[in-house]
Design a protein around this ligand. Structure first.
Ligand SMILES: [Zn+2]
Ligand SMILES: [Zn+2]
Length: 85
Protein backbone atom coordinates (compact mmCIF):
# COMPACT_ATOMS: atom_id res chain seq x y z
CA UNK A 1 0.00 0.00 0.00
CA UNK A 2 1.34 3.39 -0.91
CA UNK A 3 0.41 6.76 0.43
CA UNK A 4 1.10 10.36 -0.31
CA UNK A 5 3.63 11.87 2.12
CA UNK A 6 1.99 15.27 1.82
CA UNK A 7 -1.58 14.12 2.50
CA UNK A 8 -0.34 12.22 5.52
CA UNK A 9 1.82 15.04 6.84
CA UNK A 10 4.96 12.91 6.77
CA UNK A 11 6.94 15.35 4.74
CA UNK A 12 6.35 18.62 3.05
CA UNK A 13 7.39 19.35 -0.46
CA UNK A 14 8.16 22.88 -1.41
CA UNK A 15 7.95 23.98 -4.95
CA UNK A 16 8.96 27.41 -6.05
CA UNK A 17 7.00 29.72 -8.29
CA UNK A 18 8.37 29.80 -11.79
CA UNK A 19 7.74 33.53 -12.00
CA UNK A 20 8.85 35.01 -8.67
CA UNK A 21 10.62 31.93 -7.21
CA UNK A 22 8.80 32.29 -3.91
CA UNK A 23 7.76 29.07 -2.17
CA UNK A 24 4.27 28.05 -3.22
CA UNK A 25 1.57 26.89 -0.80
CA UNK A 26 0.25 23.35 -0.91
CA UNK A 27 -3.51 23.65 -1.35
CA UNK A 28 -4.08 19.93 -1.03
CA UNK A 29 -5.17 17.22 -3.40
CA UNK A 30 -6.62 18.39 -6.66
CA UNK A 31 -9.71 16.22 -6.13
CA UNK A 32 -10.50 17.99 -2.88
CA UNK A 33 -9.57 21.34 -4.32
CA UNK A 34 -11.79 21.09 -7.35
CA UNK A 35 -14.68 19.88 -5.23
CA UNK A 36 -15.25 23.46 -4.19
CA UNK A 37 -14.73 24.82 -7.64
CA UNK A 38 -16.44 22.17 -9.76
CA UNK A 39 -19.05 24.70 -10.83
CA UNK A 40 -16.32 26.61 -12.59
CA UNK A 41 -14.86 23.67 -14.43
CA UNK A 42 -15.22 23.87 -18.17
CA UNK A 43 -14.80 21.05 -20.66
CA UNK A 44 -11.06 21.52 -20.81
CA UNK A 45 -10.92 21.42 -17.05
CA UNK A 46 -12.78 18.14 -16.97
CA UNK A 47 -10.37 16.66 -19.49
CA UNK A 48 -7.51 17.74 -17.28
CA UNK A 49 -9.24 16.30 -14.26
CA UNK A 50 -9.83 12.96 -15.98
CA UNK A 51 -6.26 12.79 -17.14
CA UNK A 52 -5.04 13.36 -13.63
CA UNK A 53 -7.39 10.71 -12.30
CA UNK A 54 -5.62 8.24 -14.57
CA UNK A 55 -2.31 9.30 -13.14
CA UNK A 56 -3.45 8.46 -9.64
CA UNK A 57 -3.37 4.80 -10.66
CA UNK A 58 0.39 5.21 -10.96
CA UNK A 59 0.60 6.02 -7.24
CA UNK A 60 0.94 9.69 -7.85
CA UNK A 61 -1.07 12.19 -5.87
CA UNK A 62 -1.76 15.43 -7.72
CA UNK A 63 -1.52 18.50 -5.51
CA UNK A 64 -2.39 22.07 -6.29
CA UNK A 65 0.25 24.62 -5.37
CA UNK A 66 -0.54 28.30 -5.20
CA UNK A 67 1.69 31.36 -5.34
CA UNK A 68 0.32 34.16 -3.13
CA UNK A 69 2.42 36.72 -4.99
CA UNK A 70 1.45 35.92 -8.57
CA UNK A 71 -1.93 34.31 -7.82
CA UNK A 72 -1.15 31.42 -10.07
CA UNK A 73 -1.72 27.74 -9.46
CA UNK A 74 0.37 24.79 -10.47
CA UNK A 75 -0.37 21.08 -10.32
CA UNK A 76 2.44 18.88 -9.07
CA UNK A 77 2.27 15.11 -9.10
CA UNK A 78 3.54 13.84 -5.75
CA UNK A 79 5.05 10.38 -5.87
CA UNK A 80 3.44 8.22 -3.22
CA UNK A 81 5.65 6.17 -0.94
CA UNK A 82 5.31 2.67 0.38
CA UNK A 83 4.01 2.58 3.93
CA UNK A 84 6.41 0.71 6.17
CA UNK A 85 4.33 0.65 9.30
ZN1 LIG B 1 -1.39 13.91 -1.55
ZN1 LIG C 1 5.00 33.82 -7.87
Amino acid sequence: MSMCPLCNGISSLTTNCQQCHAPMEDKGRIMDYFDDYSAYLDIEGMKLFNGISDDSKNNQCPHVFYCPNCHIEKTVLIQEEEAHY
